[in-house]
Design a protein around this ligand. Sequence first.
Ligand SMILES: O=C(O)COP(=O)(O)O
Ligand SMILES: [Mg+2]
Length: 226
Amino acid sequence: MTRLQKFFPDKSPQLVMFDLDGTLIDSVPDLAAAVDRMLQQRGRARAGVDKVRLWVGNGARVLVRRALAGSIEHAMVDEVEADAALADFLQAYAADHSRSQLYPGVREYLDYLQQQGTPLALITNKPSSFLPDLLAAHGLQQHFTWVLGGDSLPVQKPDPAALHQVLAEAQVSARQALFVGDSRSDILAARAAGVPVAAVTYGYNHGRPISEENPDLLVDSLAALI
Ligand SMILES: O=C(O)COP(=O)(O)O
Ligand SMILES: [Mg+2]
């Protein structure tokens, strides 16, 4: 019995919910380019992809605050400066997010689930305005019944509110669903909702191995979930 079968002994999950950045798409090259443009506009040195990879995962506002702080700790950043920087970052990211790519195994697993008729949800902390375009760019506009961004509800992951909303609308119990993510916020949100959680080893978990968060399953590729 595989570990996935342990959670779903009789059948497959009845609903699969996905994180986006670091799980389905490698978005750091575009996010870093937009962060660097925002920093350059302020006469500041670029951050680069290696730092930005550590800062992604808590939404655009936090990413921009971390970039201004030059650190994952951003409590001291001024609100007014952060608001202006966020607007510049969003404009730069909207203008170009063409480098983002699906990770290997993603299309195979999403197509497989779609063929099985499994309802799918996207629950990301990324601002929702970018989602239709990004999904369309990767041919995924038909796959997800629910698409929730970091600004779709008053709270974002690690709060489980989005998972609760999708579970209720899908009329699927938490134990019959699966969440697939790459970072601590995903594991915490899934745990708080009582949903089994699979984590990918290749994503962005602020530089920490995601195995530290004890996901129910750990996979190197989504193809391993087929
Ligand atoms: O915008 C972010 O911070 C990352 O979003 P994610 O929830 O899809 O990883
Ligand atoms: Mg992520």
